[in-house]
Write a protein that binds this ligand. Structure first.
Ligand code: F6P
Length: 328
C-alpha cells in the first residue's frame, strides 16, 4: 500500500445514474477499512472549484445502497473546462490535504479527470456511471441494468394498451450517442423494430418491416427508438411520416425521458458499484492512477482513462441478429 495517500476525495459528475450512491458508499467504506480519510465533494467538479467538501465516515453512507440519484449531487461544470477553474480546484484539494480523487461519471467526467491528472500529476481513478453504457473498457456502466429494467417495465405497460387498441407505439428511450438501452430493452420487451444510432435502417426498411408485420397478422406493434438514432426524423416527425405512408396504423408516441435515470438500483448495479468502489480505492493505494475501473467478462479490470475516453463501446452484433430473428 502506498504511504502517500491518506485522504481520498470522491465526486459524481455528469448525468446521474442508479448505483452512484452504492459506489459512493463503497468508496467511503473502503477508505474506512484501510484507515484513511474520505471527503465527499458536492456537485462534481463545480464543488471542487468552490471547496464544497464534507468529511465522510462509514456511518455517513448508511441507507443509501438502495437509493437512486446521488447524495453528492451532480453537475456539468463549464468553469472546470478552463485552466483557471482547474487551478482553483487543485488549490482547494491541496488546502484540504486531499491526496487522490475517485470520479464517478461518464466520458465527460473522465476527460476532466485526465486533463487534471496531466496538468497537476494528481492521482485520479474513474468509475463508469451512466445509464447509456457507452464507455469503452467495461461491459456495464453503473445504472445501465437498472435503466433497462425500467424501460422494459414501461414498455410492458405500453404493450397492454397498444394491444387493447390495435395501435402502433413509437417509444423513445435515452441514448444520445449509443443504442445499448434501445437494443437490449427492445429485445427484452419484444419490440418489432429497434432504431439505434449505430445502424441506420432507413425509412423505407422501417416501412417494409411494419408492412410485413401487419401482413403477418400482428395487430399492434412497438418500435423502440434511441434518442440519438440517425433516421433523420425525430420521433414525432417519424409518427407523421408513418401515418402518411400507412394510414391503416393508429399511432401514438411515448417519450420515456428522465424516468429512465431514476429509481432504486437493481441488485446487479449495487453489486457492481460495490466491486468498482473497492477496486478504485485499493488501486489508488497501490500507487496506480489515471485508470477507469470497469468490469470485463465479470472480472474487475483497469483501463487507462485515455483509452476509456477515446475507445468506442461497440454494439453487440449478435444482439442485432437476435433482434431481427425475434421480429419474424
Ligand atoms: O445520462 C446520459 C443521458 O441519459 C443521455 O442519454 C441523454 O441524452 C442525456 O443524459 C440527457 O441529460 P441531461 O438532461 O442531464 O442533459
Amino acid at each position: 500500500m502506498s504511504k502517500n495517500i491518506k485522504k481520498i476525495g470522491v465526486l459524481t459528475s455528469g448525468g446521474d445514474s442508479p448505483g452512484m450512491n452504492a459506489a459512493i458508499r463503497s468508496v467511503v467504506r473502503t477508505c474506512a477499512y484501510h484507515n484513511i480519510e474520505c471527503i465527499g465533494i458536492y456537485r462534481g467538479y463545480q464543488g471542487m472549484i468552490e471547496g464544497d467538501f464534507k468529511e465522510m465516515g462509514p456511518r455517513s453512507v448508511n441507507n443509501i445502497v438502495n437509493k437512486g440519484g446521488t447524495i453528492l449531487k451532480s453537475a456539468r461544470s463549464k468553469e472546470f473546462m478552463t485552466p483557471e477553474g482547474r487551478q482553483r480546484a487543485h488549490q482547494n484539494l491541496v488546502n484540504a490535504n486531499i491526496d487522490a480523487l475517485v470520479v464517478i461519471g461518464g466520458d465527460g467526467t473522465f476527460t476532466g479527470a485526465e486533463i487534471f491528472n496531466n496538468e497537476f500529476g494528481y492521482p485520479v481513478m474513474g468509475i463508469p456511471g451512466t445509464i447509456d453504457n457507452d464507455i469503452f473498457g467495461t461491459s456495464h456502466t453503473l445504472g445501465f441494468d437498472t435503466a433497462l429494467n425500467t424501460v422494459v417495465d414501461c414498455i410492458d405497460k405500453i404493450r397492454d394498451t397498444a394491444s387493447s387498441h390495435n395501435r402502433l407505439f413509437l417509444v423513445e428511450v435515452m441514448g444520445r450517442d449509443a443504442g445499448h438501452i434501445a437494443l437490449n430493452a427492445g429485445i427484452g420487451a419484444g419490440a418489432e423494430e429497434i432504431l439505434i444510432p449505430e445502424q441506420d435502417l432507413g425509412l423505407e426498411r422501417l416501412l417494409d418491416s411494419l408492412k410485413r408485420s401487419k401482413a403477418s397478422g400482428k395487430s399492434s406493434s412497438i418500435v423502440v427508438i434511441a434518442e440519438g438514432d440517425k433516421i433523420g426524423k425525430n420521433v414525432f416527425e417519424l409518427k407523421d411520416y408513418i401515418e402518411e405512408n400507412m394510414p391503416e396504423y393508429d399511432i401514438r408516441v411515448s417519450v420515456l425521458g428522465h424516468m429512465q435515470r431514476g429509481g432504486s438500483p437493481s441488485c446487479y448495479d449495487r453489486v457492481l458499484a460495490s466491486r468498482l468502489g473497492v477496486k478504485a480505492v485499493e488501486s489508488l493505494l497501490e500507487g496506480k492512477s489515471n485508470y477507469m475501473v470497469g468490469i470485463l467478462n465479470d472480472k474487475v479490470a483497469l483501463t487507462p482513462l485515455e483509452n476509456a475516453i477515446k475507445g468506442h463501446s461497440e454494439i453487440d452484433r449478435e444482439l442485432l441478429r437476435v433482434s431481427d430473428i425475434m421480429t419474424t
